[in-house]
Design a protein around this ligand. Structure first.
Ligand SMILES: Cc1cc2nc3c(=O)[nH]c(=O)nc-3n(C[C@H](O)[C@H](O)[C@H](O)COP(=O)(O)OP(=O)(O)OC[C@H]3O[C@@H](n4cnc5c(N)ncnc54)[C@H](O)[C@@H]3O)c2cc1C
Length: 366
């Protein structure tokens, strides 16, 4: 190959694709708009207590009974995992007027959710460690992709200092949300209108969501027989889970049930106060003073969400690969979780779509 394969996006999918090419000795470059890798896999620490470890603000779980590719990857990379804490009763909050009700759920070994020790960042870092450092270029936003007169692929990037750079590629893997591709990258020649519209139609999984993690010195709710799992119609958190590390401090995470537009009006501080009220209502006075609340509103993140993602999803979107015909055929390949028809939306889908794109390119070059 005259030029490397260029992978756009250093989320789980792009990184996995790069590690597969590296294993096979095929030159590649990964271009990443953010100053960090991982995309929707994001772990953060409590700034006051970094010793308490990482907490997930994006993806948290995988499901080993169904998801073979992530199991294989985790085992190959020796990433340590543990079972989501679910012992004890759950709480259901129906209305402001009624006290939360306590239920004990039956054990369901088929619903086993696994977490990563050190957060999902451990998986991202383990994959990135397999790729030579120079391959991943951060702060490099892809703005345009062209086919020039010599039929070469030319990628135009913008760096943080607004400097533009041109990069030649033998093939391009787009490992980023379809709506981000359609809204932020200019193609010359243009993508067919049916392909462009299909990309716009594919809602980015979880892009309209916000997640909060309240961190405490210990998982005190377990002392009163509670699992930390809550389903709430009152909010602001509509679904809460134990997010404590395997040992040590305690944490509860929740998805915020307030639509993105209203969240923007309320602002982060007001929402955090509402969260503390809710956690105190559910778990008592111990919940009143978290060490910190980590908060991430993905709808504000321009590398993940576009305005169309602000509307709450009514149904699970239909995900899967897009067919490319015409001049872009055999030049452009889609990865990213939304490109996988079976596990689209999940970490598993990000890994599977990367493997599909890598195989397609290898088969083409042979
Ligand atoms: C709150 C939340 C909770 C979730 N929970 C789970 C869970 O528990 N289990 C699960 O399996 N999945 C979960 N998911 C989904 C999971 O995070 C995703 O499926 C997965 O991380 C997607 O990986 P990806 O590589 O396909 O895309 P992304 O992670 O979105 O990566 C795309 C990358 O492309 C980069 N990029 C964007 N534009 C450009 C550009 N123009 N130029 C260069 N780079 C660009 C981005 O910065 C990003 O790094 C959750 C997601 C969220 C947000």
């Amino acid at each position: 190959m005259k030029h490397p394969v260029v992978i756009v996006g250093a989320g789980l999918s792009g990184l996995h694709a790069a590690s597969k090419f590296t294993d096979k000795g095929i030159p590649c470059r990964v271009l990443e708009a953010r100053d960090r890798i991982g995309g929707r896999a994001l772990s953060a620490t409590d700034p006051n207590r970094p010793d308490w470890g990482n907490f997930d603000l994006g993806a948290t779980w995988f499901w080993p009974q169904y998801e073979n590719t992530i199991v294989k990857t985790v085992e190959a990379l020796h990433v340590e995992t543990f079972v989501q804490y679910t012992e004890g009763a759950m709480l259901a909050e129906q209305s402001h007027q009624e006290a939360p009700k306590r239920f004990v759920l039956p054990d369901n070994p088929n619903a086993l959710s696994m977490r990563f020790k050190g957060g999902v960042q451990s998986l991202i870092d383990a994959i990135a460690d397999r790729i030579p450092q120079r391959v991943i270029e951060r702060n490099t936003q892809v703005k345009a992709i062209q086919i020039d007169k010599e039929d070469s692929i030319v990628i135009e990037t913008e760096l943080t200092d607004e400097k533009r750079e041109k990069i030649f590629a033998s093939a391009v893997i787009l490992a980023l949300p379809p709506r981000i591709i359609a809204n932020h990258i200019e193609f010359s020649p243009s993508l067919s209108s049916s392909l462009h519209n299909a990309l716009l139609d594919k809602a980015t999984w979880m892009a309209g969501q916000a997640k909060a993690v309240a961190i405490y010195d210990r998982p005190f709710w377990r002392e009163s027989g509670l699992s930390g799992f809550v389903s709430s119609r009152v909010g602001p958190l509509q679904e809460i889970h134990d997010a404590s590390p395997e040992h040590g401090c305690g944490a509860l995470f929740g998805f915020i049930g307030i639509p993105a537009k209203i969240r923007k009006e309320l602002g982060e501080n007001e929402i955090k106060e509402m969260i503390i009220d809710q956690l105190s209502r559910l778990f008592g006075d111990d919940a009143q003073n978290p060490e910190t609340i980590l908060y991430k509103d993905w709808s504000n993140d321009i590398e993940t969400a576009v305005e169309d993602d602000w509307e709450p999803l009514r149904n699970f979107p239909i995900y899967g690969p897009e067919k490319i015909i015409g001049q872009w055929q055999d030049k452009l390949f889609f990865a990213g979780t939304e490109s996988d028809s079976q596990f689209g939306g999940h970490l598993e889908g990000a890994l599977r779509s990367a493997e599909t794109a890598v195989d397609e390119i290898i088969n083409l070059k042979n």
